[in-house]
Design a protein around this ligand. Structure first.
Ligand code: IMP
Ligand code: MG
Length: 187
């Protein structure tokens, strides 16, 4: 579907259409399902808030026993990167001895996932894998290699499908390249 300038349903240039997202999530779920046939439930750990829509779609397609938990991390204000804030108590998550799948929406510098992986590994999971919907094509500032990657995307700021700019645009059904000039909230 071509993007019309000013189209309220599609204000930003698509990076991944809703159809492409659907196919990508189906493939990720099939790959993860093959690696984790059960019977012990996989602990799917989502990184709030950007992951909500992706995680909701992913777990409904995963054909394996699982549990869902969340932790919260944030490092962005608008389009600018800041210090990583983790405001959840990892001690309350049942990680020891479990097969854990850490799920985030986008890997940018890699700092968030590298730090979360270090913290989670201290809690001695039986295994720890990482799944990201998007991986930006750029240098990483922290070494982290996700086990499952939905799609590689250019190093641009994206919104939609759970991803926000200042809490806005999470509800778009596709992933678009954020353009301040097309942002009706700020213009
Ligand atoms: P990293 O620590 O630099 O890899 O950043 C990861 C986190 O930054 C993600 O979990 C998102 O919350 C946020 N983020 C990174 N890139 C984008 C983007 O293009 N749009 C919206 N949020 C982003
Ligand atoms: Mg954000």
């Amino acid at each position: 579907m071509p993007s019309q300038p000013g189209d309220p349903r599609q204000p930003f240039e698509p990076v991944l259409s809703a159809e492409q997202i659907e196919r990508t999530v189906a493939r990720l779920a099939a790959d993860i399902g093959q690696e984790h046939p059960g019977p012990e439930p996989l602990l799917v750990l989502g990184v709030l808030k950007g992951v909500v829509i992706f995680l909701a779609d992913l777990v409904r397609r995963l054909p394996v026993p699982l549990e869902v938990e969340f932790l919260r991390a944030s490092s962005y204000t608008g389009q600018s990167r800041g210090d990583l804030a983790l405001d959840d108590d990892l001690d309350e998550l049942p990680i020891e001895g479990r097969r854990v799948l850490l799920v985030d929406c986008v890997m940018d510098t890699g700092r968030t996932l590298a730090r979360l992986r270090r913290l989670l590994e201290r809690r001695r999971p039986a295994s720890l894998e990482i799944c990201v919907l998007l991986s930006k094509r750029r240098e990483r500032e922290a070494p982290v290699e996700p086990d499952y990657v939905g799609a590689e995307v250019p190093d641009v700021f994206v919104v939609g499908y759970g991803l926000d700019c200042n809490s806005r645009w999470r509800h778009l059904p596709y992933l678009g390249r954020y353009d301040p000039a097309a942002d009706r909230y700020t213009s």
